[in-house]
Design a protein around this ligand. Structure first.
Ligand SMILES: [Zn+2]
Length: 212
């Protein structure tokens, strides 16, 4: 049984790295973001709650996230383990989580704020079909135009330097106490995320003693 937590700022490639681990080791990737999105798309009761919170311009609260993760873990379909992503949100949750689940390790993907900014500000989204682009890697063949439907590419409203700087400040303020707690109690694999996907993955496996 392998039980991990993965942490990293947006743009650090957390989802990609988590998927590679989950696929190869048959562990369940429990992504808070994915669960919330699924509920919004499928118009569940939880989805309606999340939609209301976001419509009011607020962030989904720590307690709600905690109950989502608890419920997901209570399904007990994780025969070979799990990889939690987007949780814990604060030191109290982290402490409780470590005690309840006997976590084997924490993966921390590190990426300098300047690189996060470079990556996030290069993101584009098709205004018609919603396909994601990134001007650093996945460029459209005609500038500002969607390859799939010909729609106009736009930036997300909150992908601007001011909003991003504020999200980064918030991320560092919130995660610092969690990481400090993990470092005291558990094994934290700190990984430089500013490298190609395969290299980052190899480093994670090295540090967690997982087979390459
Ligand atoms: Zn499109």
């Amino acid at each position: 049984m392998r039980k991990y937590v993965i942490m990293g700022v947006q743009g650090s490639g957390k989802g990609t790295q988590a998927k590679l681990l989950a696929d190869d080791f048959d562990i369940v990737h429990i992504s808070v973001g994915d669960i919330l999105r699924w509920n919004v798309q499928h118009h569940t009761k939880l989805g309606a709650q999340v939609r209301r919170i976001m419509a009011a311009g607020e962030l989904v609260g720590d307690d709600l996230v905690e109950s989502v993760v608890q419920e997901r873990l209570n399904v007990h379909d994780w025969n070979y383990g799990f990889l939690v992503d987007g949780f814990p949100r604060n030191a109290r949750q982290a402490e409780f989580f470590l005690e309840s689940y006997d976590i084997d390790g924490v993966i921390l993907l590190e990426l300098a704020d300047e690189e996060v900014t470079r990556r996030v500000l290069a993101r584009r989204l098709c205004s018609q079909c919603g396909v994601d682009y990134n001007l650093l890697g996945h460029r459209p063949s005609t500038p500002d135009t969607c390859d799939v439907c010909g729609g106009k590419l736009v930036q997300r409203e909150d992908d601007n330097p001011e909003a991003l700087a504020s999200r980064l400040r918030d991320y560092h303020a919130k995660t610092k106490p969690i990481i400090e707690l993990f470092e005291r109690k558990e094994f934290v694999a700190t990984v430089d995320a500013n490298r190609p996907i395969g290299e980052v993955q190899r480093d994670i496996r090295d540090q967690l003693d997982l087979p390459a």
